[in-house]
Design a protein. Structure first.
Ligand SMILES: Nc1ncnc2c1ncn2[C@@H]1O[C@H](COP(=O)(O)OP(=O)(O)OP(=O)(O)O)[C@@H](O)[C@H]1O
Length: 254
């Protein structure tokens, strides 16, 4: 049997509050993620969803347990090193992009993820047709703004750019932390549809946090419910197809 693309073994993560208190957040997560899994993650505020993605990305180090990437222990690997195989889109359109650089420059930087980063004008020009094609897929006019400074983009275009940057060098794992939550309903729906299409077309492995039960059911082949730092339910494709939103709310009850 092939190894999971990512495995978490009894992962426990604590955080330190402003007054120095150590609070356990993840309380023993066991998870095997197969290549091609598109997992939606739901759970109440504070359940540990973002902490789980932070622990996978390496921005938080677990206190105990292990993370394995294709069978290799990455528990102690730095966040920077993990960017070679992990792409990430945050909720805040301001994160993950450089505001004082153009869309094309940001994309060129993203192609150099995990490598030495310096930009050559020649490379930028060479890549423009490719970037135009990629941006057009996002279905929101980004392809006409390649020479615009990122700070001048709409929130939706900025999130679309973040998504492109996270996926332009195919990541082994794509982490989406409520990446459409700050957008208006129409823009959010468009980005979710493109996200789904890109994940399917490129056979990406992705984890997506959402507070929308309909989206958690509509997208992906697997659904995780987190509660109080633990996996309360791990629902497979078949089970998921038979679920309704009202069924999901039951997992939030005690
Ligand atoms: N760096 C941090 N310092 C202090 N507390 C933190 C930190 N990160 C998370 N927490 C706390 O840990 C708990 C879990 O946070 P986390 O963001 O993982 O939850 P979540 O399930 O993503 O919630 P939400 O739906 O509100 O985004 C929360 O109570 C939060 O306040």
């Amino acid at each position: 049997m092939t190894k999971p693309i990512l495995e978490l073994k009894d992962v426990k993560t604590t955080v330190k509050t402003a007054d120095g208190e150590i609070v356990p957040i993840l309380k023993g997560i066991d998870l095997k993620i197969k290549a091609g899994d598109f997992i939606t993650i739901i759970g109440t505020n504070g359940a540990g969803k973002s902490t789980l993605l932070n622990t996978i990305a390496g921005s938080l180090r677990p206190d105990s347990g292990f993370l394995l990437h294709n069978g290799h222990d990455i528990t102690k690997m730095s966040e920077e090193k993990r960017t070679q195989f992990i792409g990430r889109v945050f909720q805040d359109p301001k994160m993950g992009t450089a505001p004082r650089m153009t869309v094309a420059e940001n994309l060129l930087l993203a192609t150099k993820r995990g490598k030495r980063r310096f930009l050559k004008i020649r490379k930028l020009k060479q890549n423009l047709p490719r970037f135009k094609k990629l941006a057009a897929v996002m279905n929101n006019g980004l392809e006409n703004r390649l020479n615009t400074f990122v700070e001048g983009l709409s929130g939706g275009q900025r999130q679309a750019l973040s998504f492109l940057m996270a996926t332009i060098e195919r990541p082994d794992i794509l982490l989406l932390d409520e990446h459409t939550a700050a957008l208006d309903p129409h823009t959010s729906e468009n980005l979710l549809a493109v996200t789904d299409q890109q994940i399917k077309e490129n056979k990406l492995t992705a984890l997506m946090i959402t507070h929308h039960m309909e989206d958690a059911l509509k997208y992906g082949n697997r659904l995780l419910v987190l509660k109080d730092g633990k996996v309360k339910a791990d629902i497979n494709e078949q089970e998921k197809q038979n679920l309704k939103v009202s069924d999901l709310y039951k997992y939030f009850e005690d």
